[in-house]
Design a protein around this ligand. Structure first.
Ligand code: FES
Length: 65
């Protein structure tokens, strides 16, 4: 889904850019051009970035039986 209409940036692009690392809004803006026009997408983009940051890679977690 489009997050930034002005620059035609999708949530998938934001998630891929942020995946597995901590990034700032400035980095996302510099790389993707997000929020570089009207800025209305900034708040929603930050929510997506927060979601990605909270996702934990569970593939290496071992559970005791
Ligand atoms: S919607 Fe992203 S800059 Fe306008």
């Amino acid at each position: 889904m489009y997050v930034c209409i002005c620059q035609q940036i999708t949530d998938t692009q934001i998630r891929e850019f942020c995946k597995g690392r901590s990034v700032s809004m400035s980095e996302v803006r510099a790389e993707l051009g997000l929020a570089s026009d009207c800025g209305r997408c900034g708040k929603f983009a930050k929510q997506i970035m927060a979601e990605v940051a909270q996702q934990v890679d569970t593939s290496s977690i071992a559970y005791a039986a």
